[in-house]
Structure formats: structure tokens, C-alpha cells
Design a protein around this ligand. Sequence first.
Ligand code: GUN
Length: 295
Amino acid sequence: MTARIIDGKAIAAEVRAEVAAGVAAFVADGSPPPGLAVVLVGDDPASHVYVANKVRQTEAVGMTSRRYMLGAETTERQLLDLVERLNADPHVHGILVQFPLPPEIDTVKVVSTISAAKDVDGFNPLNVGRTATGMKGALTPCTPLGVMRLIHSVHADIAGLGALVVGASNVVGRPMARLLLQEQCTVSVAHVLTTDLERRCRDADILVVATGVPGLIRGDWIKPGATVIDVGITRITSSSGTERLVGDVAFDEAIHVAGAITPVPGGVGPMTIACLLANTLSAAQAAKEEACAPA
Ligand code: GUN
């Protein structure tokens, strides 16, 4: 068997086209375009690249973007003051503070200060709770949202299937498990310390891996025909000095066993920003509905 490759680039382009159409309708209805503010603290080179991509893609779908580049010496109080100003700004519908933050700044305090209505990352405790309970109006973390879309490109209905999420981070693993459960999968969560990881992987109809450990999941750990989603992305340098990006799944082995699999790169990666744009549009639409609602 050779697995079907799930083309994240193409599916992300579909999501961006849907968002662009939604933005055009929003503006045609007389509203200013949705606005996203992205805040970067410090000089992490990878974060600079991510933020530049977010700004470019935001503008490409017709939304406005604002970029705040703060020095590494920025204090927690200064960052919280900026977040509070953005919370109060009616032209800003989405706020994203790029991680990682310098260690002196309390990340939980920052995400808790971002207004839940503008929390397009879905990390504010109110949105975490809303996502966990399947409440309408939740802003859901972008990568798990993107993964659900990739899974649905293979399965119209996942109710009753067995899903294993490997990785229990607040950014991917935990919200991922909650979304799968919401759609009535039978969900387990494992992580790099799980003792019988190999056996658990073999039971999974849907395997989502987000550990950051390159090649952790071997081909013969996969249930034949399973859908495999590889969230991991690590840059490795070979002995000859060439660099390449690899996932958490041994792709060359897994492709002969899985029914469908995401490549790295070009699988989950492009979905994250596409879903950020979708969340920003949702936040703008919700703000408009609230402004129009009778008192
Ligand atoms: N850094 C890496 N991934 C993310 C993400 O999804 N959101 C934010 N805010 N920072 C990140």
C-alpha cells in the first residue's frame, strides 16, 4: 500500500480563499476590513520569519495588519499595557503575541490579558474552556483547527474511530484531543514518556503526532490504513552539511503502511496561519454581530 498524501498547501490555499471571500463580503456590507495585530518581543530569528509570514498572508486576504516589534528588554508591564490598548482598539479584531516570550515575562498572564473576543490563538482560559466544552463562539487554537480540516479531507465522519494524540502541549496536543472528542472519536493522549507508545500507536485509526522528536514514530508502529498527521517540524543538518525539515514520523517507512499521511514540510505547517486568518475573520464577524445586537 502507498498512502495518499494529504496536501496541506492546497488545503490551506482553499481556507485562505474562503477567508478572502468572507472578508470581501464583510467589507461589501459596509464594515472596515478585519484587523490583526501581531506582537513580537525580542529577536528570536524563527519568530521574525513567522511574524513576517503572518503579516503577508493577512494582507493577502484583504485584512489589515499591524506589527509591533518590541525589544528584548521590554517589561511584562509594558507588554500588558500594549495588549490592553489593543483590547480597546475597535480596528483590531485579533491579537496574537508571538511565543516564545522572554523568560522574565509570564506567558499565562499575557494570554489571560488578551480579550477572549480577540484571542485568535485560542489560548485565553475562557477560550480553552469553551473549546473543551464545545461551546459556540470558541476561538480554537489554530494548529488543531487546521489538523481537523486535514482529517476531514480524508474522513467525512470520524465518530467512533480510535484516535491517538501523541504530545500533550497546551498549544497542540490537549486542544487536539478535545476537538477529536467533540466529534465523538475515542481519544487517547500519549507523550514521549508513555511506556507502551508503540502498541498504542498500532491501535489508532487516526494518529496525530506533535512531540518535536524527529522520526519518533516508526512505520511498523502504524495501523495499516490509518490516517497519520505529523505536526512535528525539526530542522536537521546532515553530515554533509545540508539542512532539511523532518517530522516526528519516519515518513519513508510510514508511507507504505498508512492510508493517508501528511508530508513535512507541506502538511500541517501551512494550515496554522490559514486558520489564524479564519479565526480573525470569525472574531470580526462576532464583534460586528454584537455591535448590531439590540441592547
Ligand atoms: N509560536 C509558535 N507557534 C505559535 C502559535 O501558534 N501562536 C503563537 N502566539 N506563538 C507561536
